[in-house]
Design a protein around this ligand. Structure first.
Ligand code: KIV
Length: 260
């Protein structure tokens, strides 16, 4: 099976919406890989799977384990590895960590949070042959509070400049997180590469969500997430029925028993 390339992602800008979801494990990657252009191994894994308070607690070793599980499974989607907090403090630290990540996970690209301030790091990684995805707007690794960005002119200007700087530095796509619609529209029209929105309106070249939020497995229900199913309820019903069966000595059923 042919893997979706960076070139084909770039070619979709303004033509065909790009689909992206997170995956941290083999079973989810198996499903997401069938439909999405991009799979993101997000550092949201820390909050979603490990109950951490922020993504700042996520360690590179944890991400590498999830990265390997996802990349070994996904055969079709482009797989992007989210660089955890403090793993790209300067270009040399960033490259050292990216080399390790690429060697151990074989992911196709990395994602870094930030704008103008990290342009030299992004350029260095690209020079070394590493495809980079940017991330502007709400930046979970550096934001103390999760709130909408781009509500005033100063913030709008700064986020737009960040996005343009990322595009000019060679990033192949930019995640735009939690910004007002008018800013998302402006960024998408001003940058040469695809914008992938999360809480950033339909005026982006693609959309990304955290899969666990979208399927109703997490407890995170912000306005920008549409809950496509309620997997938590389905799991709860199964657990409840199993426990009830065991307590009443109904399970194992005859078909679940080995007999000679
Ligand atoms: O960590 C993550 O899942 C992300 C997405 C929210 C874009 O960065």
């Amino acid at each position: 099976m042919q893997r979706i390339t960076i070139k084909s992602i770039l070619e979709k800008k303004g033509k065909e919406p790009i689909t992206c979801l997170t995956a941290y494990s083999k079973p989810i990657a198996e499903i997401v890989d069938k439909y999405c252009d991009i799979i993101l191994i997000g550092d949201s894994v820390g909050m979603v799977l490990y109950g951490m308070k922020t993504t700042r607690e996520v360690k590179i070793e944890t991400m590498i384990l999830h990265g390997r599980a996802v990349k070994n499974t996904a055969k079709r989607s482009l797989v992007v590895f989210d660089m955890p907090y403090k793993t790209y403090s300067n270009k040399f630290i960033a490259y050292k960590n990216v080399k390790k990540i690429m060697k151990l996970t074989k992911c196709d690209a990395v994602k870094l949070e930030g704008g103008k301030k990290i342009v030299s790091i992004i350029k260095y990684l690209i020079k070394k042959g590493i495809p980079v995805m940017g991330h502007v707007g709400l930046l979970p690794q550096s934001s103390k509070v999760f709130k909408l960005k781009g509500k005033n002119l100063i913030q709008k200007k700064q986020i737009l400049q960040d996005a343009v700087a990322l595009s000019n530095s060679g990033a192949f796509a930019i995640v735009v997180e939690c910004v007002v619609e008018s800013l998302a529209k402006k960024i998408t029209s001003c940058v040469a590469v695809p914008t992938i929105g999360i809480g950033a309106s339909k005026y982006c070249d693609g959309q990304v969500l955290v899969t666990d939020d979208m399927i109703g497995l997490s407890n995170f229900h912000p306005k920008f997430v549409k809950k496509y199913s309620n997997v938590k309820k389905i799991i709860e019903k199964s657990v409840k029925n199993y426990c009830s069966d065991v307590k009443r000595r109904r399970f194992p059923y005859p078909q679940n028993v080995y007999k000679l």
